[in-house]
Ligand binder design. Structure first.
Ligand SMILES: [Zn+2]
Length: 165
């Protein structure tokens, strides 16, 4: 088992790739398998994370600041890169990100990246923050294990469904 200090160093050195990248990839696979099962009419527990429009297409909603800007007690710019990430439905994610990175740090990590990579990087960081909150003992390593198991079980289910149809 890897030590948590090793992970902490890896996180500082590379806040958006590494294991969070693996977890993100697995999460994508899980979502894809779920979507496929749902399209076959097979009910699945858990949410499919919807494909969200890119940040420039996110309109201001009723002049209301996004969750992240409200957290920082500032007004939301008309094109706020945080609005697409921290939707009202994802206020739990904001809490996790704040606990793990701090919202300001999160923003500054994100801003350092090329514009085209920011959205995905933000999602990876959210995923990592969520993992540390949900699985404090193992964090992202535990999440990767869980996602691997989910991919396996959903693949089995899908193969069964395809065989039966
Ligand atoms: Zn905002």
């Amino acid at each position: 088992m890897r030590s948590s200090s090793h992970l902490a160093r890896a996180r500082v050195a590379d806040p958006v790739n590494g294991l969070a990248g693996t977890a993100n990839q697995l999460r994508g696979q899980v979502n894809q398998l779920r979507a496929e099962l749902i399209s076959l009419g097979i009910p699945i527990r858990g949410d499919v994370v919807p494909q969200e429009p890119p940040e420039e297409e996110q309109p201001v909603q009723n002049g209301r600041s996004c969750e992240a800007c409200r957290h920082l007690k500032r007004s939301c710019p008309s094109i706020c890169p945080l609005r697409a990430v921290f939707t009202p439905q994802r206020s739990d994610d904001l809490v996790d990100v704040d606990a793990f990175y701090g919202v300001r740090k999160f923003i500054s990590y994100k801003e350092k990246l090329p514009a085209g990579n920011r959205r995905l990087a933000a999602e990876k960081m959210v995923l990592e923050a969520r993992a540390w909150n949900e699985l404090p003992g193992t964090g992202i390593v535990g999440l990767v294990n869980i996602l691997n198991l989910q991919v396996q079980s959903l693949t089995r289910k899908l193969n069964l469904a395809k065989g039966a149809s």
